[in-house]
Ligand binder design. Structure first.
Ligand code: ADP
Length: 616
């Protein structure tokens, strides 16, 4: 067996060529045999028959010449006799040298012998004619020559018959041979074609079966079976290919093992980082089943991650509010959602909930991560601060009232006339005292609002009435400062559902701020418009404007724009209080501002008698 695949395929090819050659050789041999028998049939027997026919004709000519010589004494007849005699002799010689059939030789010898006797008798006939006369010679011709001529004709006829029969036999033998050859060639062709087909299929199948084995193994490897190996021992190129393939798969497997190892290491590191986060962290799948929970989560909510894995979130943490937050956050398209959530165990805990949607593709994309940042200590600190402010403010309020009252009495001259210097001093006491009182009031308001102790009285209010009252309070100041205060609020606007006192306070604060941060010649415009199911109130000024970096922080407590000339006159609490009040009305407050061009503050309020939950 050849050692190479090429050699093996060549072997199949050579086998097929050999079979074809065999069929060709058999066909050629048969054709040659056929050709020989046909040519033998034509030449040998035909030559004998032809020679005998010419002999029979010439003998007949001799008889005619003898009769002419006898009857007419025609001497030319003798020369015709001899010419014919020569023809007969040549024909007999031809026949003698062309003996092909059994019995033909004896007949040929007899023919030669009889013809020699015929020629001898003709000499005798001539002698009798010359010596004894015509009558005697005619009798001799009749008794001797004619019977011999008939005998010769009969022998000739027998030789012709033998050859004709032989021709007929050869013809039928040739036909039979042709038929046999045809059958042989057909059988051989069928055998060669089917044998060649079976042989080539079998051999090619045998040579190519390793290829099928290799293909099947490649499929296994593709399906992830990296320890799959192929065992081919054909000693040819297929074996080397299998060897190389096994090596490649081995390396692939080793590579995967090392990659898996690295990945596992990375995963373990990530898991231990997540586990060590001090705030509770949960990973949930799309069906709210727990995928992972860190140690802080286990510790705080008192469950075991291993037993809770794959269980529903509510089985681990039975809190409807928290679950609602998860549901609502997942319903939004925002990547991150936040909310402060209170949870009571032995005491009240506060968490800043951060829910992050899964990223990328695959199962992780369907998951969400819930981080519960424990902000209890900040909350407690804030509470302490609020309480402190409330206490301090409260403690300030009574003595301040007494101071202001005393100073007002002094200022009013109720306790005697004051000198110019004394009056100036008392005026300063009153002015600063009032400012301090305003600050204390704002502090108290903030504390009240933040502690949730503030009580709101929501009722249908006319925003044009509120605007009118606020503007009236500041008309004098505006005039004094040469600022034009415009009321653009239409009178027939729908009513809002609001706490009259507090919204008046908000508007006052906004107009007061606008006056603080405008100069002589500036404008302040108060306006209100219905937007969807809300009323949007705006206070626009053409004053200093707010630097962009402050826009987001301006509503936080104690935030004041640095560099404002008027900075020291404010408390930084007004907008924080306004925001608390507007938020309590389920509205929102915002500002649009451009430095040195002015600011516009907007806040919204619900309309009376409408569903405030509707979208704008
Ligand atoms: P304050 O008592 O200082 O006015 P607010 O909370 O009312 O406290 O305002 C916070 C800060 O916002 C102010 O100190 C001021 O710097 C800025 N601000 C508020 N309103 C305006 C305005 N209309 N134009 C420019 N700056 C303003």
């Amino acid at each position: 067996m050849p050692k190479t695949l090429k050699g093996k395929i060549s072997l199949v090819y050579i086998g097929l060529v050999c079979l074809t050659a065999l069929v060709s050789i058999v066909s050629i041999v048969n054709l040659l045999i056929l050709q020989r028998s046909v040519s033998g049939l034509i030449s040998e027997n035909y030559d004998s028959i032809s020679a005998m026919n010419s002999a029979a004709n010439a003998l007949e000519q001799q008889n005619v010449s003898i009769l002419q010589y006898l009857e007419l004494d025609d001497t030319d007849a003798l020369s015709r006799y001899h010419a014919a005699e020569q023809t007969v002799g040549q024909a007999i010689w031809k026949e003698k040298s062309n003996i092909t059939e059994p019995g033909e030789k004896a007949l040929s010898a007899k023919l030669e012998k009889d013809f020699q006797a015929w020629s001898g008798n003709f000499f005798i006939f001539q002698n009798i004619r010359d010596t004894k006369g015509a009558a005697e010679s005619a009798a001799y011709y009749q008794n001797e020559l004619q019977p011999l001529s008939a005998e010769i004709q009969q022998t000739i006829s027998r030789i012709v018959t033998i050859n004709q029969n032989a021709m007929l036999q050869k013809k039928s033998a040739t036909a039979a041979h042709t038929r046999d050859s045809l059958v042989l060639v057909v059988i051989l062709s069928v055998l060669t074609i089917s044998g060649g087909f079976i042989l080539s299929r079998w051999l090619l199948g045998r040579f190519l079966s390793p290829l099928q084995l290799l293909t099947a193994t490649i499929r296994k490897v593709r399906a992830g079976e990296l320890n799959a190996q192929v065992d081919i021992r054909t000693g040819d190129e297929m074996e080397s290919l299998a060897h190389e393939f096994n090596g490649m798969v081995g390396r692939l497997s080793a590579f995967e093992e090392s990659t898996m190892g690295t990945l596992m290491e990375e995963k373990n590191r990530s898991v231990s980082i997540v586990k060590s986060i001090p705030d509770p962290l949960l990973v949930l799948d799309r069906d709210f089943k727990i995928v992972m929970a860190n140690s802080a989560c286990e510790l705080f909510f008192g469950f075991n991650e291993t037993t809770m894995q794959g269980r529903h979130f509510l089985e681990a943490i039975r809190d409807g509010d928290l679950f609602d937050f998860i549901l609502q956050s997942l319903a939004t398209k925002d990547a991150v959602n936040q909310k402060v959530w209170a949870f009571t165990r032995e005491k009240e805990y506060y968490f800043n909930l951060v829910l992050t949607h899964g990223q990328g593709e695959g199962p992780a994309a369907q998951e969400c991560v819930l981080l519960m940042q424990n902000v209890t200590s900040f909350k407690e600190l804030e509470l302490t601060k609020t309480n402190f402010f409330a206490t301090v403010s409260h403690e300030f309020k009574t003595p301040l009232t007494s101071i202001l009252m005393g100073a007002s009495m002094l200022e009013g001259g109720h306790l005697g006339m004051l000198s110019k210097e004394q009056k100036k001093l008392v005026d300063t006491i009153v002015e600063d005292g009032e400012r301090l009182s305003g600050f204390v009031n704002e502090l108290l308001e903030v504390s009240r609002l933040e502690s949730g102790k503030a009580i709101y009285t929501f009722e249908p209010c006319s925003i044009s009435a509120i605007a009118e009252e606020s503007i009236r309070q500041f008309t004098e100041t505006a005039l004094r400062e040469n600022v034009t205060l415009i009321n653009d609020v239409e009178e027939d606007l729908p009513l809002t559902l609001a706490d009259y006192e507090r919204i008046t306070w908000v508007l006052n604060n906004l107009i007061n701020n606008a006056l603080k941060y405008t100069k002589s010649g500036d404008f302040i415009t108060v306006d209100a418009k219905v937007k969807g199911n809300r009323m949007e109130v705006s206070v626009k000024d053409t004053g200093d404007g707010i630097p962009p970096e402050y826009i987001d922080r301006i509503f936080d407590k104690f935030v004041q724009v640095k560099g404002h000339e008027i900075e020291s006159r404010g408390t930084g609490l007004g907008l924080a209080v306004a925001k608390e009040i507007v938020t309590a009305h389920q509205g929102d407050i915002r500002v649009e501002s451009e430095l040195d061009a002015g600011s516009t503050f907007y806040f919204t309020l619900p309309l009376a008698g409408r569903n405030t939950g509707e979208a704008n």
